[in-house]
Design a protein around this ligand. Structure first.
Ligand code: URA
Length: 237
């Protein structure tokens, strides 16, 4: 149970101050009765705003096809971000909707967004070894020893103390490969190739756990059930 004004503010409808005005204007009902007390403790499922049930009161989990050119940071000075793809009301929610791990501005592909902090921690922890598959094109022919190097689990990136976990490289063409990581160090794919003298030209994440983009166009997203990654919900992560 939460205060009515706080609930509306947390779900991005309005500020707590504005909630008072909404309630006084009769826009909000609780169990079918016009609400008149901003401090009333309510269950989200009992509340209607202009006759409509509340928008995702239990939380959101989204699979986004991140286009190139958007950052995952909320910092406005870092430029346009992936949250600009979402409905405005969702951008005002608290807890905020944030990415589960990050993709660089110049990386496209599968990105998960959620307001469930437990999920962010669980799915980004290297302990859980969620496989993430990246498709890269590079500036020179791929050397034959690259696969064994990445698989060995001994590669130490510049500025790091611990080696990268073993990663599987699948060669797709002379200058194109898929790399599967189970962790997410900063700029990891680009830095792993750079450690072998190879520059990544394009980077796209095709899979996260058992998830793929399907026919989602860049900039589009779809919802996942909040329990998609529940520990007993199957093998996808
Ligand atoms: N590795 C990178 O270098 N960039 C990404 O966006 C993701 C993984």
């Amino acid at each position: 149970m939460r205060r009515l004004d706080q609930l509306l503010a947390n779900l991005g409808y309005c500020s707590r101050r504005e909630a008072r005005g909404w309630i006084e204007a009769g826009h909000v009902t609780v169990r079918g009765k016009v609400a008149d007390d901003v401090g009333q403790k309510v269950a989200a499922t009992d509340v209607r705003v202009e006759g409509e049930p509340l928008d995702h009161p239990e939380g959101v989990l989204l699979l986004v096809h991140k286009p190139l050119g958007l950052v995952c940071s909320h910092e406005e000075r870092e430029g346009p971000n992936v949250y600009s793809l979402l409905p405005e009301r969702w951008r005002r929610r608290n807890p905020v909707i944030t990415s589960i791990g990050r993709l660089d501005k110049e990386t496209s592909g599968l990105l998960l967004l959620t307001d469930q902090s437990e999920l962010v921690h669980r799915l980004t922890s290297p302990k859980h070894k969620v496989p993430k598959v990246y498709r890269a094109t590079v500036d020179r022919d791929l050397a034959a020893d690259l696969g064994p190097l990445f698989a060995a689990g001994t590669l130490i990136l510049e500025g790091e103390k611990a080696p990268c976990a073993p990663a599987a490289l699948r060669i797709l063409g002379a200058r194109e490969a898929e790399l599967t990581l189970t962790e997410g160090k900063y700029h990891q794919v680009r830095r792993m190739f750079a450690a072998a003298g190879t520059t990544v030209l394009t980077l796209h994440r095709a899979h996260f756990g058992g998830l793929e983009l399907g026919d989602l166009a860049p900039g589009q997203w779809r919802e996942l059930a909040l329990d998609h990654f529940a520990v007993d919900a199957g093998p996808s992560a």
